[in-house]
Design a protein around this ligand. Structure first.
Ligand SMILES: [Zn+2]
Length: 46
């Protein structure tokens, strides 16, 4: 069971969020902290 479903690694470590919305907001506000290979939302096609 994956508990931290909404998480990704940044330059400051792994960030965990309660939902996809919070993760998206963080990414918008912290684009400079995101790792190039940490974006897994590209394959989010349900
Ligand atoms: Zn949330």
């Amino acid at each position: 069971m994956e508990i931290f479903a909404f998480s990704f690694k940044t330059t400051q470590g792994e960030k965990v969020f309660c939902c996809e919305g919070c993760k998206a907001i963080y990414k918008l506000l912290n684009e400079d902290k995101l790792l190039p290979d940490s974006d897994v939302s590209l394959s989010d096609e349900d």
